[in-house]
Design a protein around this ligand. Structure first.
Ligand SMILES: OC[C@H]1O[C@](O)(CO)[C@@H](O)[C@@H]1O
Length: 301
């Protein structure tokens, strides 16, 4: 699959182990986005930090094997590699218990990281990494660069404040919410609206965000792009777990929008990718191009 063409992407933030009942898998929203963008043909670097421990070496090893630049992942002598306990409910929805402090809370930028962002087309970041001042300040430095900035809101209680979320939105060219996140954030901004569409317009107006998307679980997603709204009603799949589905959705959407797809094609493609990730266990299952094409070809709900 190669629709990423020569898009150069950098993801900034947490890399960690998602610890499920019977196994552990690499995760962290920005890493999940990065890995999916790589499978879509982008050139991708991951900026993060791991501990000087077995868990850290194993993450770097795996991520390198999957084709990402990992010399931008620094090693901390003082903090351990991140771990997250993932609990799934009967519908496959996850709750996360995220250890603190983790090495990724203390990201220090090396020269390669700075140079890589300078040369990149797109920078993806989320809110979780901003729970600690060290990683938040490093992100602020990267956000000074002239690069297309994608903010993956990714609210993980209790690791965020509205003040920081607001700053992160103001820096972004593109923002990704899920439906609950959009409604929670717009409520704190005293939005008088109840529908997702009205709240998208509200936030666009208030925060001068010109492009955004909102995922709606099995009901698909909405996209605001160049002033127009696009939607996809979702694809029927049997959900295994939803971990990382939104991350892969975002990877597919951004890759498509910034290369050669129309906004409608981009959201259809992204919804299919997200659905297929939800159908398989963990955040980073392999998904073949033919399965995506097959699903896109199916009638939407
Ligand atoms: O990043 C925080 C958590 O969110 C996920 O990325 C899923 O979206 C998990 O892989 C990780 O544990």
């Amino acid at each position: 699959m190669n629709n990423g063409k020569n898009l150069k992407a950098v993801a900034y933030g947490e890399v960690l182990w998602d610890v499920f009942a019977n196994e552990k898998k690499i995760g962290g929203a920005p890493l999940n986005v990065a890995l999916r963008m790589k499978t879509l043909g982008c050139e991708v670097a991951m900026i993060s930090c791991v501990g000087n421990d077995e868990d850290g070496r194993a993450i770097k090893e795996q991520v390198k094997q999957l084709g990402l630049e990992t010399d931008t992942i620094v090693v901390s002598e003082d903090f351990p590699t991140g771990l997250v306990n993932v609990t799934l409910n009967e519908r496959g929805s996850a709750t996360y218990e995220i250890s603190y402090p983790s090495a990724w809370d203390k990201i220090e930028l090396n020269e390669l990281a700075k140079a890589t962002v300078k040369a990149a087309d797109v920078l993806i970041y989320g809110s979780l990494v901003c729970r600690d001042d060290v990683s938040r300040k490093a992100l602020e430095e990267l956000l000074q660069n002239d690069v297309y900035k994608v903010f993956d809101v990714n609210l993980r209680k209790p690791h965020y404040t509205y003040e920081i979320l607001n700053q992160l939105m103001l820096s972004a060219d593109f923002v990704k919410f899920n439906d609950e996140e959009l409604l929670e954030i717009t409520a704190t901004m005293n939005s008088p609206f109840t529908s997702l569409e009205d709240n998208m317009r509200f936030i666009a107006e208030k925060n001068k965000v010109r492009a955004m998307c909102v995922t709606k679980g099995k009901h698909g997603a909405l996209l605001m792009w160049e002033g127009e709204l696009y939607q996809n009603g979702g694809y029927p799949v049997k959900v295994s777990d939803t971990v990382g589905a939104g991350d892969s959705f975002l990877a597919a959407l951004i890759t498509s929008l910034l290369t050669d797809k129309t906004p409608q094609e981009a959201i259809d493609f992204a919804c299919a990718v997200g659905a297929l990730v939800a159908e398989s266990p963990g955040a980073n299952p392999e998904i073949s191009h033919s399965r995506i094409e097959n699903l896109v070809g199916k009638v939407k709900i």
